[in-house]
Design a protein around this ligand. Sequence first.
Ligand code: NAG
Ligand code: NAG
Length: 135
Amino acid sequence: MCVPLFLAILISSVAAQSGHPEFDPPFEEIVLQEGSLQNIECVAKGELPLVYKWYNQSDAEVTSDANRDPFTRPSENGFSLIFAEVKRSHAGLYSCSATNKYGTASKPYDITVNTTSGKVRISLCLLTSGAGQII
Ligand SMILES: *[C@@H]1O[C@H](CO)[C@@H](O)[C@H](O)[C@H]1NC(C)=O
Ligand SMILES: *[C@@H]1O[C@H](CO)[C@@H](O)[C@H](O)[C@H]1NC(C)=O
């Protein structure tokens, strides 16, 4: 009975030591205030160099073009998603991925926009449709 548990612990500690990219916590819910400037930093653990990417609600890569909102910028420890001015239409499920020579890890960010008339929330179905495109 103990063997599978022991093996599971062994495998997870080996995975943790391998340098594979990892996110802790693996998922985040964020509330942004409509009209504000926001910077969401994505930081992974794992062997450097790590290459980061941010994806928007339609799974398109967010570029560093500051004429668009949001856009991305390298940050001190990772990679930031920047909203110059948060809008209701920015609500939804975003993701950040980090890649190194061992592989890629992705972290979903559930972004809710707080407006004067209440919260805008795009309902999620992480376990069904979302998981396929994120992982
Ligand atoms: C959301 O809005 C409410 C009132 O409109 C405010 O009290 C709350 O602090 C806001 N939350 C954030 C994260 O801005
Ligand atoms: C995601 O980004 C793509 C490319 O910039 C853009 O065409 C698309 O409208 C964005 N999706 C949403 C929901 O804003």
